[in-house]
Design a protein around this ligand. Structure first.
Ligand code: ATP
Ligand code: MG
Length: 331
């Protein structure tokens, strides 16, 4: 799903490469920690995966695409398969929670009906049900990061990249966010997370790739930094919203399968799938977990015209500027 083949990255004007001969492969559904001291090359790796930068030597292959041969105009379409979360959240300050999440779908031309369905669902998934109308400054740091995660997920990415997502959060809130990321991974999304937080890495017992001065010094399938005994559990919890998460996952999986054989324009496909599948998937999930109330929020959609598409480069990232459709296989 993600392959680095002897990747070296040298930034212009620097003597020492930021990455030297880095070679690894991440399989579909894995959760991988990218660890290392400040300046060791973690963010550089994530930027290469997103094709925000290119290697000086070697090859990066993501979702079956050799990023060196991916034309610039196809990059925004490629990036639709990858969600990103950052330390500083990067929310639009003048938009509500709902609008921040809906924005991603609006710029790719999703139907109003689909947005009305998908946004509340993903907000339930990240534990923000009932906060749709809040603005970012009315939320805690942890809640803001949940909005950013919802925004990254609503476009149904196959890969979620997180660059120090808990870097600005207190320890308890960081644990909540880690549990959320673990749950997202459990539902099938490949997660690559750069972090300094040794405690999480120890506790999660997931694969650890360690960089030191741009060199990959460790690739440990069940890695950790050290003693785990005093750490709180970070296993994904069965919590409120689990049924909704299961329902959403079922819908998204089917949509992905249909999207892999592009016979219809995306908005029409989304509406059809939403109508045909969401009801049964949600009903099934609710039937197995009757304590979860159905999503009833009716939040007005903000028209695209009122949004500043240049904000945060989202339009460019999602390919709004062009009417070209999806490209190539996605795995
Ligand atoms: N655009 C750039 N131009 C020149 N050098 C850069 C650039 N971006 C990063 N570097 C250098 O590349 C090296 C790796 O940086 P990178 O940001 O990947 O590290 P990191 O592991 O993410 O660090 P941190 O934990 O502080 O975020 C550093 O020495 C950094 O100074
Ligand atoms: Mg970094």
């Amino acid at each position: 799903m993600i392959r680095f083949e002897h990747v070296t990255k040298k930034y212009r004007g620097t003597n020492k490469p930021a990455l030297s001969d880095v070679d690894f492969e991440v399989q579909r559904g894995e959760f991988v920690f990218l660890v290392g001291a400040s300046g060791s090359g973690k963010s550089s790796c994530l930027r290469l995966i997103l094709r925000e930068d290119s290697p000086s030597e070697g090859r990066v292959v993501v979702l079956g695409r050799d990023l060196h041969t991916l034309s610039t105009r196809k990059v925004p379409y490629f990036r639709r398969h990858i969600g990103s979360v950052f330390q500083d959240f990067r929310l639009l300050p003048n938009k509500t929670v709902f609008q921040n999440v809906a924005f991603t779908l609006q710029v790719i031309g999703a139907s109003r009906a689909f947005i009305q369905q998908a946004v509340p669902e993903v907000l339930v998934l990240v534990g923000l049900d009932g906060k749709q109308k809040r603005f970012p400054h009315e939320l805690s740091g942890g809640e803001q990061q949940r909005v950013a995660i919802a925004r990254a997920l609503v476009n149904r990415p196959q890969i979620l990249l997180a660059d120090e997502p808990t870097g600005n959060l207190d320890p308890a809130t960081s644990i909540d966010i880690m549990q959320l990321l673990a749950r997202i991974n459990e539902s099938g999304t490949t997660v690559v997370m750069a972090t300094h937080e040794a405690g999480f890495v120890d506790q999660m017992k997931r694969r650890v790739i360690e960089l030191r001065g741009g060199v990959m010094v460790r690739d440990d399938r069940h890695g950790g930094y050290g003693d785990r005994s005093s750490l709180p559990s970070l296993a994904p919890q069965q919590e409120k919203g689990a049924a909704a998460a299961a329902a959403l996952t079922a819908v998204l999986e089917l949509q992905r399968e249909i999207a892999a054989s592009p016979v219809e324009p995306v908005p029409a496909m989304e509406e059809a799938v939403t109508d045909a599948v969401a009801a049964s998937a949600v009903a099934a999930a609710v039937a197995t977990a009757p304590e979860i109330p159905p999503v009833t929020a009716q939040v007005p959609i903000v028209e695209l015209d009122g949004l500043h598409l240049d904000d945060l480069g989202v339009a460019e990232r999602l390919g709004l500027a062009s009417d070209e459709d999806e490209v190539g296989p996605t795995s």
